[in-house]
Design a protein around this ligand. Sequence first.
Ligand SMILES: N[C@@H](CCC(=O)N[C@@H](CS)C(=O)NCC(=O)O)C(=O)O
Length: 213
Amino acid sequence: MKLYNNNLSPYTARVRLLINVKGLNIEMADPPGFRTDAYRSINPTGKIPALELDDGTILPESEVICEYLEDMFPAPTLRPATAQGRAQARLIARMSDLYIMPAIRPLIFKLFGREVSPQAVAEAIPSLNIALKDLNALIGEGGYAAGGQLTHADGALAASLLFVSAILPRFDAPKPFDAYPKVSAYWNAIGKDPQIAKILGEMQAGMKVAFGG
Ligand SMILES: N[C@@H](CCC(=O)N[C@@H](CS)C(=O)NCC(=O)O)C(=O)O
């Protein structure tokens, strides 16, 4: 199998977490550009990650890829043992995908010089604060997002919080987690997990190249 990947992307980082933990032999490939016809002919969404299966099928969307890898290679697992733990892991991964990343997307676009309206930029930090407040109410304790153990939710959440911590200071919000004690505690703890440290380190190296860290 082949993963269309870029180490800077939080969506690809969460897939590499599963690949690393499960010890899978999956080739990493650069996409032939973003939003290019060449890449869209491989992956219609034009986004990374995309997993090319052995029969040539393309699976886009990080959450879908993570679920596929869990189903195909169940051990070791990043799913909690109980139904409730699994629900919590899925909840936190969705909060990252549906609320945190969309809130900061205008700021990421601005940083990368992509077209974005001033209104979208102005709304980004208020939207992020709503997402962080909700996350603070729902996140697990003990250093992990769900079930007191490393799960796929940590891949999604730690990667998106790294983006928040790196980008918000560039928009006059130097300490974005300070008002959210459980999110702060999580952020201070999660990087100590060696598997999370590895994907965050790869993202940071990518950030250094893309926008100076
Ligand atoms: N919902 C998608 C989001 C993927 C995504 O937005 N990836 C970014 C890189 S971080 C991308 O490929 N962007 C290309 C573009 O902006 O057109 C997922 O979870 O995989």
